[in-house]
Design a protein around this ligand. Structure first.
Ligand code: FAD
Length: 355
């Protein structure tokens, strides 16, 4: 029997063998596979595009289920209510965004170029350039493994937060209580984008922050900005062999934020006086510049490093192991604590490894 290596199913290209590997192409196949693994008492890892997972070199000693259901259905489309579209969990996210822009469905354009499957987007409330999926998701249909039944969440029931949702809170080591089957988006019709909420994007589009632009311009500029930071998958570019941002931006009390230098980026985070900081800035200012780990190869033999385009991504330079990637993450995290007293938290799910 040939073994499936998880390094072949993840964008960081690390991870040992799967105990058992199944690909499910329809909702019925997903439910069947989950029920069988649960009935047999097997450990179960759900995987979409593998772009937010860092899996141990020992692999996963249970069933790995790849959700590969594709396609979407338009429930309704009219100028008053906009479009309601129900998307299969395995459908490629960026293909959906591209379709939305081409068909003048507004609201997803700023989320162009994010790798992975649509079913994973509500899990960590995927976001970029001032947008996130909580702004457009109407409902998520799931298989509830605890109750052995289909359960549909409305937007407010999903308890979306910054890179967070109830789906993530109830996931343990990549094994979710709720397996996403479909995601329903509600999108206004029109060629104009949602208001541009991100200063850098507004600047390159030549609009004021808070104003709209043509969605196809937004998509083009987002893809350009992302590619310049190594944040669009490109088989020829080692800077994109990563999990995207490795650390979330820390949200800290105002008195801790006030101990940082004047020029540290700080953004209000809610009404309770909390402040969101830039993890990339903290990493850079703690002495870990772009490409850290390449010239000074003492940490991971030069096999893993910070991206040469962005300090927030940990990249596999060709032959890295999960251990190498974790070594860079530990060094960076310890350095930021030492310099600023702030602890960074990983954004990807760590399976069988810890920092
Ligand atoms: C180059 C690059 C750039 C990135 N940029 C961004 C960005 O701008 N913003 C951002 O938010 N993220 C970004 N990411 C992270 C990642 O792409 C997103 O989190 C994406 O949504 C993960 O999708 P996936 O299908 O690859 O999920 P996977 O990595 O396969 O899985 C991630 C988690 O979701 C769970 N999951 C997957 N499918 C399901 C399902 N059907 N039901 C229940 N649970 C499920 C998995 O169990 C796992 O816990 C980036 C990653 C890379 C490599």
């Amino acid at each position: 029997m040939t073994q499936t290596l998880l390094s072949e199913l993840t964008t960081a290209a690390v991870g040992g063998p799967a105990g058992n590997y199944i690909e499910a192409r329809t909702e019925a196949e997903i439910i069947d596979a989950v029920r069988s693994a649960d009935a047999a008492g097997e450990k179960l890892l759900i995987i979409g595009g593998g772009s937010n997972l860092l899996i141990s070199d020992e692999g996963y000693p249970g069933t790995v289920l790849k959700v590969a259901s594709e396609g979407f259905t338009v429930n309704s489309e009219d100028s008053c209510g906009g479009v309601s579209v129900v998307v299969q969990a395995g459908h490629n996210w960026d293909a959906l965004v591209e379709h939305s822009v081409l068909h003048a469905w507004s609201g997803l354009e700023a989320l162009s170029g994010i790798p992975g499957a649509t079913g994973a987007t509500p899990v960590q409330n995927v976001g970029a350039y001032g947008a996130d999926v909580s702004q457009t998701i109407a409902a998520v249909r799931t298989w509830d493994r605890e109750r052995n039944a289909v359960h549909t969440f409305t937007n407010s029931e999903l308890k979306f937060g910054y890179r967070d949702s109830i789906l993530k809170q109830t996931t343990v080591e990549g094994s979710p209580r709720y397996v996403v089957l479909t995601v329903e988006f509600q999108l206004p019709l029109g060629r104009m984008s949602a208001p541009i909420r991100y200063a850098e994007l507004a600047r390159v589009l030549g609009v004021e922050a808070g104003k709209r632009a043509y969605s196809n311009d937004v998509r083009r500029e987002v893809l350009r900005l992302r590619a310049s930071k190594g944040m669009v998958l490109d088989a020829a570019d080692r800077d994109t062999y990563s999990t995207g941002s490795f650390f979330t931006n820390p949200i800290v009390p105002a008195d801790l934020a006030s101990t940082l230098p004047e020029d540290a980026p700080k953004y209000p985070a809610g009404d309770n006086g909390l402040v969101k900081l830039s993890a990339a800035w903290l990493i850079d200012q703690a002495g870990f510049g772009k490409g850290f780990g390449l010239e000074d190869s003492s940490v991971s033999g030069g096999r893993a490093s910070l991206s040469t385009k962005h300090t927030l991504a940990i990249t596999n330079r060709g032959s890295a192991s999960a251990t190498d990637m974790v070594a860079i993450a530990r060094e960076v995290r310890a350095g930021v604590v030492k310099r600023f007293g702030i602890e960074l938290h990983p954004e990807p799910l760590l399976i069988g490894v810890s920092l």
